[in-house]
Design a protein around this ligand. Sequence first.
Ligand SMILES: [Zn+2]
Length: 120
Amino acid sequence: MRSRYSAFVRGNIAYLIATLHPDKRQADDETILRQTIEDTQWLGLKIIRHKSAGNNATVEFVAFYQDEPIGQLHERSHFIKEEKQWFYVDGEMLAPIKLSRNEACFCGSGKKIKKCHSSQ
Ligand SMILES: [Zn+2]
């Protein structure tokens, strides 16, 4: 999950497609990924929970992006391991999470949200 997030930040489309489960690949993946990467300025990633059992894993995360107010992609993603490689299968969109203004900012600045990326 973290490596896919980094690939989104860096615009590494080849990696994003390589780690997408082959059954889920579509002809327009590259176009859609390129559009998403161009349109989105990611600010940080918060992993909420991570569960794995055998060759299946679920990762619930929030990826924050620049917007007014700050945007959240809150998703529960499903991964499957085949021949020693983990693939992203799909994900369910969840409602934005509530943030405390006193918690450490998701952008990794080390400052509290209220002194950093507060959108209130
Ligand atoms: Zn911040």
